[in-house]
Design a protein around this ligand. Structure first.
Ligand code: COA
Length: 324
């Protein structure tokens, strides 16, 4: 039987119009452009307008990707959307997106794996395609994470932004995605989480208690160690070596974490896609935004091997190694 691969047909993305620079944040919390840049690599972030939702950003990114792919929404047989900031508790943002695109009838669901959401969604989509279940799949990573930010807490508010990215995957006899690796360890919940929810209940605090709680230094250490092991595992799963990778397209949380992963892969930073300076950490949006930038800027060329990786709350961590 011929092996079926998931081929990356095209990418798309969407960012809110409003840009908030480090200098803007200096006016609301006790921070400095210098501190933010040297600790994280972030210079600015896009922030969703009032009323602009994860679904709105998903819709724009999806339209962008479908147009680039030359695929009609009605041809899709699956939509998988990574997000931890859905428009509503239900229906899923994937269902809302499906309807807006006019792709009605195909399977559509969200994946919540925090910042690993898009790479998780890609792993799930790849399994659907490889099994023969789906032929054309839309995979989206979209967030309005700043809705969970406490703008008086300098430790977290400088780190995050909003945005979305999308890809169209298609069944093909040519690679394609070689390997995906998905992992989680809920034992790390206390290091990065949001303390409220439907079942636990909300609180009387501002924003109903919805806010990101993070132990930055601990997250940093585990992320570096975990991504180090993950890239090794992914190369092994794909039967490849470090030198086979043309581009590293990492989750954009912190430039220092990205540099550590590049070093582990013996890759110079000119083969690493970096957008954290412009987008900050957009959670599930980060990898597909970086991927779309890589494709549309002409950096990534057809036939090149891309290593995508992400790390997020849970903890979750995930990778995909593919030929573009
Ligand atoms: N501006 C200025 N000073 C700040 C600040 C800010 N925005 N945020 C924290 N500080 C201060 C702290 O209060 C601390 O002061 P102290 O030494 O007087 O106590 C000092 O800076 C150092 O804080 P620390 O947390 O140890 O800094 P750090 O070097 O670990 O950098 C992070 C902080 C958050 C940038 C870094 O730990 C990080 O990026 N962690 C990973 C976070 C992440 O990626 N999360 C998402 C994963 S998907």
């Amino acid at each position: 039987m011929t092996q079926i691969y998931s081929r990356l047909v095209a990418t798309g993305s969407a960012l809110p119009e409003r840009i908030v620079t480090n200098a803007d944040l200096e006016k609301i919390v006790d921070t400095s452009d210098e501190w933010i840049r040297t600790r994280t690599g972030i210079r600015q972030r896009h922030i969703a307008a009032d009323g602009e939702t994860t679904g709105d950003l998903s819709f724009r990114a999806a339209q962008n990707a479908l147009e680039a792919a030359g695929v009609k929404a009605s041809e899709l047989d699956l939509i998988v959307l990574g997000t931890t900031t859905p428009d509503l508790i239900f229906p899923s943002t994937a269902c809302l997106l499906q309807h807006r695109l006019g792709a009605n009838g195909c399977a559509a669901f969200d994946v919540n794996a925090a910042c690993s959401g898009f790479v998780y969604a890609m792993g799930v989509a790849d399994k659907f395609i490889r099994s023969g279940q789906s032929k054309k799949v839309l995979v989206v990573g979209a967030e309005t994470l700043t809705r969970m930010v406490d703008w008086s807490e300098r430790e977290t508010c400088v780190l995050f932004g909003d945005g979305a990215g999308a890809v169209v995957l298609e069944a093909s006899s040519e690679p394609g995605i070689y390997a995906t690796c998905l992992h989680a360890d809920g034992g790390y919940k206390h290091l990065l989480y949001n303390p409220v929810g439907v079942s636990v209940g909300f609180s009387d605090e501002p924003n109903h208690g919805v806010r990101i709680r993070m132990s930055g230094r601990e997250v940093f250490k585990v992320a570096v160690k975990t991504l180090d092991a993950l890239v090794g595992e992914t190369l092994e799963a794909a039967g490849m070596q470090e030198s086979d990778i043309d581009w590293l397209i990492p989750h954009q949380a912190n430039l220092r974490i990205i540099e550590a992963t590049a070093k582990r892969l013996n890759m110079s930073m000119d083969r690493v896609i970096v957008t954290v300076d412009k987008h900050a950490n957009t959670s599930s949006g980060s990898v597909p935004l970086a991927l779309d930038y890589a494709v549309r800027s002409g950096k990534v060329q057809r036939g090149q091997n891309l290593l995508l990786e992400a790390f997020g709350g849970g903890f979750t961590w995930a990778s995909a190694l593919l030929r573009y």
